[in-house]
Design a protein around this ligand. Structure first.
Ligand SMILES: Cc1ncc(COP(=O)(O)O)c(C=O)c1O
Length: 381
């Protein structure tokens, strides 16, 4: 605080974490370098290892998830892949669910090349889980609510099953965000996010996050990231920090809109199915009431009529609502999962867990609910 630091000349800190775009840092001495690399003092050496802008947002996400620490990466899939690479070995089994984001299927094909076996179950079939948890099961990975049918997995029950064989439990919390659900408090070891979605919230950045229940997990995942180079860039980290500031406000409005839209759709004669855990008739409603809070999230899925042609006509008639992939941002978006996120999935797989050719996924934004319902109504009518 002697007036020589241009950023904080007299300790008056900037209100926003500065974007540090440096890739490398000057070492004051070999002794300082040793202290940094030994972890004795906080410090930075090279961007692939760590960056102050990224580190700031990691600490904020850790606080939101009730985690000890957090590792941020270049995308949601990068975060998930870091977890799988860090903890799975040849001969291990990964237990997961058909109802996870489509790209996980592609990653499973890569994992199998390295001698990992992936067991797939239907997320709604809690009773099937015990029979598939074996001594070789090293990890259970789930999404809840799931993409795109918003099925609810009972996290505490999975924890019990994981404990039987000493497996890890990893939960993708992208749909819920920490505003609605805290999987670590329900027994998860790691929580992963596509921070591209609700955490960022504005369709203007790509990032992923892994919130860790222990410092050991953080250290192990940090090692993987440092080795493979999936460190987030500081510009995206800065936008992510800005998104986090309004997370609660956005998530509350999105959940309110999603609930209103789900209730409207459930009563519409052209809509043949609505999947949203906020509807009392939804199979996941009771579990969701227990493990979620502040509502049920901003995403829902529904079937329009009987055929894909009907669903396509409906989507093309929408005016206010955008036809685009992704979710969790300020604008309301719809897409047909079979033509987008699930395009690469074998048809038999999609059908077996309930995604139909006429299923539409809707991610509510922060518009006025009346305007959204008006738009849906004119497109359905
Ligand atoms: C639930 C879920 N997890 C992970 C991902 C992957 O995230 P990203 O696109 O940031 O890699 C997505 C993307 O849609 C998702 O919906």
């Amino acid at each position: 605080m002697d007036g020589t630091d241009p950023l904080t000349p007299y300790g008056n800190k900037p209100m926003v974490t500065p974007i540090v775009s440096a890739v490398n840092y000057e070492y004051l001495s070999f002794e300082v370098l040793r202290k940094i690399t030994d972890g004795e003092v906080d410090g930075y050496t090279y961007h692939r290892d760590d960056n102050p802008t990224v580190r700031a947002v990691e600490k904020q996400i850790a606080a939101l998830e009730g985690a000890v620490d957090c590792v941020v990466g270049t995308s949601g899939m990068a975060a998930i892949t870091m977890v799988l690479l860090t903890y799975l070995h040849r001969g291990d089994r990964l237990l997961t669910f058909h109802d996870v984001y489509g790209a996980n299927y592609k990653v499973s094909l890569i994992l199998e090349r390295f001698g990992v076996t992936v067991d797939w179950l239907n997320a709604a079939d809690h009773d099937q889980v015990p029979a598939h948890v074996t001594d070789s099961t090293r990890m259970i990975f789930c999404e809840t609510p799931s993409n795109p049918l918003c099925k609810i997995v009972d996290i505490a029950r999975l924890r019990e099953q994981a404990d039987r064989v000493g497996a890890m439990l990893v939960v993708d919390n992208t749909f819920a965000t920490p505003y609605h659900q805290l999987p670590l408090s329900l027994g998860a070891d790691l929580v992963v996010h596509s921070a591209t979605k609700g955490l960022g919230g504005h369709n203007d950045l790509m990032a992923g996050a892994i919130a860790c229940a222990t410092k050991e997990y953080y250290n192990e995942l940090w090692f993987t990231r440092q080795a493979i180079g999936t460190t987030l860039d500081p510009y995206s980290a800065s936008r992510l920090e800005r998104g986090l500031k309004t997370l609660d406000l956005r998530a509350a409005k999105m959940a309110e809109n999603a609930q209103a839209v789900a209730e409207f759709l459930a009563a519409h004669p052209r809509v043949t199915r609505v999947c949203y855990p906020g509807l009392p008739s939804d199979p996941g409603h009771q579990i969701a009431r227990r493990q979620m809070r502040n509502g049920f999230g901003g995403v829902l899925a529904f079937d329009v009529g009987q055929t894909q042609e009907e669903a396509k006509r409906f989507v093309e008639k929408l005016d206010l609502i955008y036809h685009a992939v992704s979710l969790g941002a300020t604008e309301t978006l719809v897409c047909l999962p079979v033509l987008t996120t699930m395009l690469y999935l074998p048809e038999q797989r999609r059908v077996s867990f309930g995604v139909r050719p006429n299923t539409v996924r809707l991610s509510a934004g922060i518009e006025r609910a009346d305007d959204l319902i008006e738009d849906l109504k004119q497109a359905l009518d």
